[in-house]
Ligand binder design. Sequence first.
Ligand code: ATP
Ligand code: MG
Length: 567
Amino acid sequence: MGHSDEAAPAADATPLDFIRTIVADDLAAGKHRGRVATRFPPEPNGYLHIGHAKSICLNFGVAREVGGTCNLRFDDTNPTKEDVEYVDSIKDDVTWLGFTWDALFYASDYFEQLYQFAVDLIRADKAYVDSLTADEIRAYRGTLTEPGRNSPYRDRPTAESLDLFARMRAGEFADGALVLRAKIDMASPNMNMRDPTLYRIRRAHHHRTGDAWCIYPMYDYAHPLSDALEDITHSLCTLEFEDHRPLYDWCVEHLIQGARPRQIEFARLNLNYTVMSKRKLLQLVQQKHVSGWDDPRMPTISGLRRRGYTPESIRDFCARIGVAKKENVIDVAQLEHSVREDLNRRAPRVMAVLQPLRVVITNYPDGQVEHVDVVNNPEDSSAGTRKVPFSRELFIERDDFREDPPKKFFRLSPGKEVRLRSAYFVTCTQVVKDAAGEVVELQCTYDPATRGGDSPDGRKVKATLHWVSAPHALDVDVRLYDRLFSVEDPDRSTEGGGFLDFLNPDSLRVQTGCKAEPSLASARPLDRFQFERLGYFCVDRDSAPGALVFNRTVGLRDSWARIEQRG
Ligand code: ATP
Ligand code: MG
């Protein structure tokens, strides 16, 4: 793990939301023997996404702030969808986010105990084996407006249920032939309390328990008891579990003596222009709409990491959005704002040209090379300066030149003078075109007196361009990302392919033949930079020696700051 506490958000930076208020009140009242214990309980059926980051920051954050503990627990009760690949990625992501679990558990660690608890319930006449088919059970359950009906097997003798349950475990029955149900209330207005299923028969290989079990506990049964077995005090979950809370309480009340965990629900994170359900993310991966779970367009933690997000920026985002009871949709611009702020502080500036246009400085001696000093990060004076080679042939951005400039175009055009960042003033003297009339080269003159980018005679220029020395330039590829979906709420459609109909066809643009300053030669995957005037970029792991690939994390323009200013 090796993550120091310095990497974590300061405790006092987090205002008291309603959950932290409850925790503080419980501590003050001496509840739970003065302890606080939380857990983050992912199901290992996919990679974690930014919504999970909210839950992680909350669970680990609350515990850390009050000197409590937080466990990582895999809710691995549904073997058909789960995989060790997901377990490993989840551990990686939590660690990368800067959190350390106090203990690591799997719900499958408790299978034997959960089975014994179920036997206890049957003995206490609180559970029974039902022989109805799945369809019949559904029909008996009733609707929101009509009460359900008791199964004809509801009052089968305890001894018979005990015998059948043991034989379910022993593998004597086919999948789905029998289930174990809680005996609660078929007339309850809460459908979850109408004799919910606790165990089902499913012959499926489990990634940890192998073929030891052919019956598996339901989430609503395994979850509260896992919490209780770990002595969790505050079981934080999303709002969709609010209706399940009576069942949560029923399970712990009937099986656990003494201190019991308390479930508290909060609103899940919803983000616009993306989808967040693991089922849909899996579909994007399996149908190859993206390159994998860590495709930089995905809202997954691993995708954001590959995109160039820092753990600090994600934690900052989670702190800013806060925790509340009310559902809302967060603008993805707010996430971008957090990473931009963080990278502004920490990312070294470099020069790279995405669409190169050759410039020849006609009065610069052929074969001469000088090294100009360029500031690494104006936001961080400790970052110092570096030497960047300057020579007679350079590249500038094609967009930085217009042959017929419109009125407010202050960059380069025929006869105009501009500054090359930290180097010299140059004036465009001639435009060279190919047979098709396309501009292929600019000829310029430079003013040797402006070395460093300042004019001793106080002459002003209206633009400062970034540039790269042509003979020294590295050839790099750049991947420019846009939103994965072209509408704010891709989930709204239920027709046909649904959300897939709203995929943005231009979410990835690959720009080859870009030119970067030579200092980038030593860059390694995940290194982050600001390309001056263009945005924040990070090195992709698809890079090879001499063939760097960069992902654009985010552009420089902050649409969220503008939204906030407008208020
Ligand atoms: P999804 O609905 O995206 O498939 P899930 O709820 O099935 O996710 P779990 O692995 O069960 O995924 O989630 C682990 C924890 O993360 C749960 O406590 C869950 O409430 C929380 N969580 C999941 N999605 C979000 C979200 N969008 N915002 C906040 N918390 C979330
Ligand atoms: Mg879930």
